[in-house]
Design a protein around this ligand. Structure first.
Ligand code: SF4
Length: 335
């Protein structure tokens, strides 16, 4: 347990947590929505500081991050809790857990293990890293001092104030949308009042030079699978982050409280991907479909295959520094 960094004490004795855009007001003795921040005698504590529930070395492609250090390995960590309550969460046993009883791993121990296992960076993933920000920041600072990079897989619902500290050490982020950010979808299926704060966080990450990839989970139900929602999201990305932003259309698989919905039909995913390309995005992927041609990275100018993949495995990379070897176009890939 560690005192939290992002809170104010209000006149009525409650605590206002401004780590994420829920801005919970937490009375004495109680915890916030994420289940891991408690008001104890007028101070806010992070209950999950260093209490890691998962620790694996993964290929960076699994996050997915296709354009940032392709072919590297990342120590991937998570704690209990989450600030979202998605009915379809694939990690619900971690994210919706409200008990923290995992053993403590110090930032120093974690970095030592990362180096020992020959990972080149770290990924803060599986549950929302924002809700263990104090620990993540301590680990990220240390990681940089050892020449390791930091990547987050995030729902993007952190505040701009929190990003002030987080972004100092954050190199790349996969920001996950669901249902193309449809507000009604977020309310009904994720218990999230609005998706707009994610756009503010994206602008801030972009301004601070964090490398961004975006995913969009498409669930085959009425709300959130409409091409007009995708169109709105893609246009926003192009206007605000640029057409070179990698974009992943992800297949849904039934899980948790959405076992009655079938996996997303391939045709629906392909229609979404096609639309995203038509609107002007240069790097569009289809995720969670093993062996699909849109697992590969193609040069947006001459269509040459730059990175050939099978699932999370790289078959080959054909790039000259950051340029296409065939037509010489500059590519948005960090090697
Ligand atoms: S981080 Fe947790 S306690 Fe803080 S505002 Fe978000 S959900 Fe509430």
């Amino acid at each position: 347990m560690k005192e939290a960094s992002f809170y104010n004490v209000l006149d009525d004795g409650k605590i206002l947590c401004y780590l994420c855009a829920r801005y919970c007001r937490i009375p004495e003795g109680l915890i916030g929505f994420c289940g891991v921040r408690q008001n104890i005698k007028g101070k806010l504590y992070s209950l999950n500081y260093g209490r890691l529930i998962a620790m694996h070395v993964d290929p960076i492609e699994k996050k997915p991050l296709m354009h940032y250090k392709p072919g590297t390995w990342v120590m991937s960590i998570a704690t209990a809790g989450c600030n979202f309550a998605c009915q379809f969460c694939q990690n619900f046993d971690i994210s919706q857990r409200r008990k923290v009883n995992e053993p403590y791993t110090s930032p120093e121990e974690l970095i030592e293990l990362t180096v020992k296992r020959r990972a080149q960076g770290l990924s803060y993933t599986y549950n929302e890293p924002t809700i263990f920000a104090e620990y993540a920041i301590d680990v990220m600072r240390l990681a940089h001092s050892k020449g390791l990079f930091n990547t987050w897989v995030t729902n993007g619902f952190m505040t701009v104030e929190a990003l002030d500290d987080i972004s100092k050490y954050l190199d790349a982020a996969t920001v996950d949308f669901k249902g193309s950010g449809n507000r009604e979808f977020y309310r009904r299926h994720m218990m999230v009042p609005e998706s707009e704060p994610i756009l503010d966080a994206l602008l801030e990450m972009n301004r601070r030079g964090v490398f961004i990839e975006i995913t969009d989970l498409i669930i085959p139900i009425d709300i959130g699978s409409d091409l007009r929602d995708l169109e709105r999201l893609v246009k926003w990305i192009i206007d605000n982050l640029g057409p070179e932003t990698p974009f992943h259309v992800l297949r849904f698989h039934p899980d948790y409280r959405m076992l009655n919905v079938p996996p997303t039909p391939l045709k629906m995913l392909e229609k979404h991907a096609e639309k995203a390309k038509e609107l002007g995005l240069e790097y569009v992927y289809i995720g969670n479909v093993w062996g699909h041609p849109l697992e590969n990275t193609y040069c947006p100018h001459c269509n040459h295959t730059i990175i050939s993949r099978l699932g999370f495995q790289i078959r080959y990379i054909d790039i000259e520094e950051d340029r296409c070897p065939k037509c010489g176009a500059k590519l948005n890939i960090v090697m």
